[in-house]
Structures are given as structure tokens and as C-alpha cells.
Design a binder for this molecule. Structure first.
Ligand SMILES: Cc1cc2nc3c(=O)[nH]c(=O)nc-3n(C[C@H](O)[C@H](O)[C@H](O)COP(=O)(O)OP(=O)(O)OC[C@H]3O[C@@H](n4cnc5c(N)ncnc54)[C@H](O)[C@@H]3O)c2cc1C
Ligand code: FES
Length: 392
């Protein structure tokens, strides 16, 4: 069985390499989508219309939405990147970011996997009311949570919780198919077995890439495991992660590249545990689905402040209430501000602070150079005095 799976996997790897070499398929887009200090190009801010080709139920509260371009144009992204869906809910069009969960090597379609959030407006709509054939406007891809291209085989360790599996699934599928010697280890935490997104697909991927050493290994960790459960049990915190890594016993763990995506406490615990094991911080990458402020870690600004937005077509004045962000307030006032992720992760909402002061939720994706040039991110900025912002 293992031999058959390995042969299947080898055949697929060779087919991917051959397709790349023959030019039938673009090389895997693994280079990091590192942001420069240039503003995003206009095309990055213009959504394209895609069609819902298929909806796949993954768990009782998660679906995968497979999107295709009705014109047949390719859909390109790097594994780990996200798209911003413009979803009509009632009379409103709401924008939310969703990571690609499918392989970046398949350019005919992209799948995003959405888990319903309690009281969540868009996720409830997508999971309950989106239909095959629906049209949907999509912005992106965006984000830099993506492995940098490597010539040598390497070890990637993916640590996920709940819906945080989505970018990790894309990274695993893409790299296993495009980097023949690369190994991937996944530690995936959930509450119960029925909450595990992609359970069968991940187990299949593990048997396809079994061997010595295995190219893909997965350890599921459940808070409420069923009887006779052979995986990890308990909350996926730093101690649990350390135990799971010890069980992998891979000699390359210290030099591996780590990708974390899940609830904020899980990521904080994982980072602390990895650093305590001697993993260099530069080898640990994180993707947040909720802003640091929404996750409850930051204090709000103390008072309302007037903000002048200098746009290409004139000035707009808004009053940002205590605790709100510039972006939220501008959008509520009908100002057409550029944005994508809305949690400080992509740089699309970057504006220059020409007067006044703001506090920003941290961490965010602004570089030291951008900060020195007084750029701020409207989506995570709360003014602490009257401000003037130049919007590109
Ligand atoms: C870069 C990026 C990638 C993302 N990828 C995915 C993905 O692949 N799959 C996916 O399901 N989601 C993903 N998200 C989260 C997604 O964008 C939405 O935030 C989420 O679906 C909730 O939107 P909503 O409109 O349903 O909830 P809202 O109506 O916006 O919020 C309802 C309540 O839920 C809270 N909340 C919002 N988001 C979350 C969350 N993720 N977990 C717990 N509570 C939350 C809010 O604080 C609020 O109290 C991603 C977010 C980012 C920034
Ligand atoms: S919208 Fe992505 S950083 Fe602000």
C-alpha cells in the first residue's frame, strides 16, 4: 500500500516538474510576495468576477468554495496567500479575506475554505447561502505568508488550529508536488474529531507521501478526543506542540521553516515553545485571521479625533470615534478607501501620515523603512490627535 502511494506521489511530482520544464505550466509561484515600499498597483485594487464552480461541505460549519474565471483566464497565487471576497449580504457588499486552501499549481481554479463564525455576517452567509453558479467579486491574491523559493530540499513544519488549516493546506499541497525532496510536518489542533477540516484529505496526503523518511506527516491534536484516539489529546498549546515535535523526532527540526496559523493564543504559545527550543525567530512565520485589537490585546484610543483624508479627487473629513480605526470610519462614511485584509497583514490600505499621530495595532506588516517615511496602515490605525492622511 505504502509503495503504491509512493509511486503515485513520485509520478505526480515528475509530471509537475515535466509540465514546468516544458512550459505547459508556470513554475510554482513560491517566491515570497514580499512588499516593497511602492504603493499597490491599481490592478491589485480592482476586483475580478469569478464564478462559484462547486461548494464542498467539509464539516458541519465549514465549506470549500471552488472559484473559476468564467472567461477561462488563469487564477494565480502563491501558496499561503489570500483573496478578498466581496460578498453581498442583504443590501450590503461586505469584504472579507479568505486564504486559498488549494494547490497553487492548479491555475484553473482556486478553493477557499470558510468556517462559520458565531454571529459572523459573511461566514454564515457563505456557509449557508452561497450557491454553485453564483458570481462573486474577488480581490487579490494578497499576503506574504508564503514560503520563499528554495533550491535544496527542506523541512517545513506547519502548525494550525481550526480554520487556520486553509493556507497551510495550500502550502503543503503545493510544495509536496513541486519540490521533490521537501518534507512537510503538520500539527493540527481542533476541539473534536468532527471539527477537523480536510481530515480524510490530509490522511490521504500522508499515505501518498509515506516512506522513510515520510514526505508528509500529520499529527491531529483534539481537546475532546473520541475513545481509542491515537493522536494528540488536549489543547494545542506550547507544551503540547513541543511534545508533538519530539514525537516527530526529525533531526532537521531546528533548521526547519515554521508556518503558524490559528487562534492568537495558540500562535503565541507555539512561538514561545519554538524559540525556547532554539528556533530562530526569522524561521517562524505567522498569519492572523483576526486583528490584534479584535483579539482583545490592545487598548482603544481615548477620544474622538478629526481626520482629514487627502485623496486624489479632493479632501474628506471624518471623525473617528474612540477605539475605531480610520478605515472602519472612512468606509462607514462612504469614502472609497483601498483595503484588502483589514487586519494589518497586506499593506493595501497604506497611507502617509502628514500631520498628527496614530497608534497602530501590532504586529503589522509595515517595514521599518515605511515607518520612517511616516506610512501607517488605515485598517489598524487609531488616531490619538487630529490627523491628516495622504491616500494614494
Ligand atoms: C488574511 C486572512 C485570511 C483569512 N482566511 C480565512 C480562511 O481561510 N477561512 C476562514 O474561515 N476565515 C478566514 N479569515 C477570517 C475571515 O476573513 C473573516 O474574518 C471571518 O470569516 C469572519 O467574518 P464574518 O463576516 O463572518 O464575521 P464578522 O461579522 O466580521 O464578525 C463577527 C464576530 O466574530 C469575530 N470574528 C471575526 N473573525 C473571526 C475569526 N476568524 N475567528 C473567531 N472570531 C472571529 C468578530 O470579532 C466579531 O465579534 C481570514 C482572515 C484574514 C485576515
Ligand atoms: S487592509 Fe491589509 S494591511 Fe490594511
Amino acid at each position: 500500500m505504502a509503495i503504491v502511494a509512493r509511486l503515485r506521489s513520485l509520478r505526480r511530482d515528475l509530471a509537475a516538474v515535466a509540465a514546468t520544464l516544458s512550459g505547459r505550466q508556470a513554475p510554482p509561484p513560491l517566491a515570497a510576495a514580499a512588499r516593497t515600499s511602492a504603493p499597490p498597483p491599481a490592478s491589485a485594487l480592482t476586483p475580478r468576477r469569478l464564478r462559484v464552480a462547486r461548494i464542498v461541505r467539509e464539516t458541519s460549519d465549514a465549506v470549500s468554495v471552488v472559484l473559476e474565471d468564467p472567461t477561462g483566464a488563469p487564477i494565480q497565487f502563491a501558496p499561503g496567500q489570500f483573496f478578498t471576497l466581496h460578498v453581498r449580504v442583504g443590501d450590503e457588499v461586505l469584504k472579507r479575506a479568505y486564504s486559498a486552501s488549494s494547490s497553487a499549481l492548479d491555475r484553473e481554479r482556486v478553493a477557499v475554505t470558510v468556517k462559520r463564525v458565531h454571529d459572523g455576517r459573511v461566514s454564515r452567509h457563505v456557509v449557508g447561502h452561497l450557491h454553485e453558479g453564483d458570481a462573486i467579486d474577488v480581490l487579490g491574491p494578497s499576503g506574504a505568508f508564503t514560503p520563499v523559493a528554495a533550491r535544496e530540499p527542506r523541512l517545513l513544519v506547519l502548525v494550525g488550529g481550526g480554520s487556520g488549516i486553509t493556507p497551510l493546506s495550500s502550502i503543503a499541497r503545493t510544495l509536496l508536488a513541486s519540490e521533490p525532496g521537501t518534507r512537510v510536518a503538520l500539527v493540527y489542533g481542533n476541539y473534536a474529531l468532527e471539527d477537523v477540516i480536510f481530515k480524510d484529505a490530509l490522511d490521504d496526503l500522508a499515505s501518498e507521501h509515506a516512506g522513510d523518511p515520510a514526505r508528509f506527516r500529520v499529527r491531529h491534536v483534539l481537546q475532546q478526543p473520541p475513545p481509542e484516539w491515537a493522536g494528540g489529546a488536549g489543547l494545542l498549546d506550547g507544551d503540547r506542540l513541543a511534545r508533538e515535535l519530539d514525537a516527530f523526532g526529525d533531526p532537521d527540526l531546528a533548521s526547519a521553516e515554521y508556518f503558524l496559523c490559528g487562534p492568537a493564543p495558540m500562535m503565541a504559545g507555539a512561538r514561545a515553545a519554538l524559540e525556547a527550543r532554539g528556533v530562530a525567530p526569522s524561521r517562524i512565520r505567522e498569519e492572523r485571521f483576526v486583528s490584534a485589537h479584535a483579539a482583545g490585546g490592545l487598548s482603544a484610543g481615548a477620544a474622538s479625533q478629526e481626520v482629514t483624508l487627502r485623496m486624489r479627487d479632493g479632501e474628506r473629513r471624518i471623525v473617528v470615534a474612540a477605539g475605531r480605526t480610520v478605515l472602519e470610519t472612512a468606509l462607514d462614511a462612504g469614502v472609497d478607501m483601498p483595503f484588502s485584509c483589514a487586519v494589518g497583514g497586506c499593506g493595501t490600505c497604506r497611507v502617509r501620515l502628514s500631520a498628527g499621530s496614530v497608534v497602530m495595532d501590532e504586529p503589522n506588516c509595515l517595514s521599518t523603512g515605511e515607518r520612517a517615511e511616516r506610512y501607517v496602515l488605515a485598517c489598524v490605525s487609531r488616531p490619538t490627535s487630529p490627523c491628516t492622511l495622504d491616500v494614494p
